[in-house]
Design a protein around this ligand. Structure first.
Ligand code: HGY
Ligand code: MN
Ligand code: MN
Length: 409
């Protein structure tokens, strides 16, 4: 069954318009005006494809096609639709559009599945507004309680429930999904790396996803006048932070095995050119394919930070996200490979250095994740790009696999 490339291209293009930074990539923060525009569009498309639409207690969007087995567990297909600041048009939306196209093909071919099909568009996978990340899928998996959600605030101090209400969502609804209502979850995502393009292979069947953690580090010193404070009487939070950050890459390099550490977000207070900074907050993102390396690096980073504690410099480290490495379901991996072979689409098996909602949902159901090529391996930047025909190949693999998973077993 061929996917409709015009429809796929239309959805990708339309979703790319919902950005706070036109001509400078996609910036679509969760529960923002741009989220609301994208959400409205996605719900309209779901209804057009004959799906029953609802939003859960975090604003994850579900479009449901009933199965013959009314109360049977659903096969869920989709991804996230939030973005990093100035990101690309494909990270997340490629998987949501793939879900929409699978639903369109079910409708076009009048498929009456035995098990229900649900298309999903999840929120706050990147963590760009509320920190941490994987929020939508962690809510579904039951890892987030209502009081924790109340504490999750953006840089302006707006909480998740407040932000939800602002765009007409209802935070009192249930977030957690009963695992017995899910048969499987399938996600298509751009690779965000160079392997598929370099090997000229169409599909990556993902075997495992790296373990990852995000730390929130706060360095507190003493504010002062840049001109009148002698150099030997300063407690400069920014100089301390810079000394710490400069040491982090070497910790990851020495840990080896592909371990990575990144300081991506960094805020200086009060951020005046003639003021000695009294506070710096920065993130540390640490990943490795083996959990022991993540834990080792976290400990070494904490030791470095503690070594800068002195009378006028205080430090704190909070862990905003921790995910163990995940191996994805073997049966679904072989179903995905069978679909590639059936369609004569080239594939290879690979591991993921990026985190995905699939790694969270693999704790409560059987999960499959496929990659499609990223041009020059670029992602999390406006240059992110995947050819429509490559997206279509991924959709066709998903469609065949979804047919198998939703039919009478
Ligand atoms: O950071 C990641 O790996 C994903 O893009 N959220
Ligand atoms: Mn991403
Ligand atoms: Mn993503």
């Amino acid at each position: 069954m061929k996917a409709n490339q015009e429809r796929i291209e239309k959805h990708i293009k339309n979703l790319s318009h919902f950005t706070a930074t036109p001509n400078q990539g996609t910036t679509r923060l969760t529960y923002s005006e741009e989220d609301l525009q994208a959400r409205t569009y996605i719900k309209e498309q779901m209804k057009a494809y004959g799906l029953e639409v609802r939003e859960d207690g975090l604003g994850n969007i579900f479009g449901r096609l009933e199965g013959e087995k009314k109360d049977g567990p659903s096969v869920i297909v989709g991804s996230h639709f939030d973005s990093v600041p100035n990101g690309g048009d494909y990270d997340g939306p490629a998987g949501v559009v793939a879900g929409l196209e699978v639903a369109a093909l079910f409708q076009e071919n009048r498929v009456k599945p035995a098990y229900p099909l649900e298309i999903i568009a999840m929120v706050e996978e990147e963590g760009s507004r509320f920190g941490g990340g994987l929020m939508g899928s962690r809510g579904i998996a039951g890892y987030l309680q209502k009081d924790a959600i109340q504490q999750m605030k953006d840089k302006d101090g707006i909480s998740v429930p407040e932000a939800m209400k602002k765009i007409g969502l209802d935070p009192s609804l249930e977030m957690k999904r009963n695992p017995e209502t899910i048969k499987a979850f399938l996600e298509m995502h751009i690779e965000q790396g160079p392997v598929l393009e370099e090997e000229q292979i169409s599909i990556g069947v993902v075997e495992s996803i790296v373990g990852l953690t995000q730390l929130e580090v706060t360095i507190t010193g003493k504010a002062g006048h840049a001109g009148t404070t002698p150099m030997d009487r300063r407690s400069d939070a920014l100089v301390t932070a810079a000394n710490i950050i400069a040491k982090l890459p070497q910790i990851a390099i020495e840990e080896g095995e592909g371990t990575v550490a990144t300081v991506g977000r960094h805020e200086v207070f009060p951020n005046g050119a003639n003021v000695i900074p009294d506070k710096v907050v920065f993130s540390v993102d640490i990943r490795s394919s083996k959990e022991i390396h993540v834990k080792n690096v976290v400990q070494k980073v904490k030791d470095v930070i503690n070594s800068y504690e002195m009378d006028n410099i205080q430090t704190t480290v909070e862990q905003s996200l921790y995910m163990q490495p995940k191996e994805l379901n073997k049966e679904i991996r072989s179903l995905l490979k069978d679909s590639c072979e059936q369609l004569d689409i080239s594939y290879l098996t690979m591991n993921s250095g990026a985190g995905h909602d699939a790694m969270v949902l693999s704790d409560i159901t059987d999960v499959g994740l496929i990659f499609v090529p990223s041009k020059e391996g670029l992602s999390h930047c406006p240059e992110e790009w995947t050819a429509i025909h490559e997206l279509a190949a991924g959709v066709e693999v998903l469609y065949e696999t979804t047919l198998k998973l939703t039919e009478e077993s």
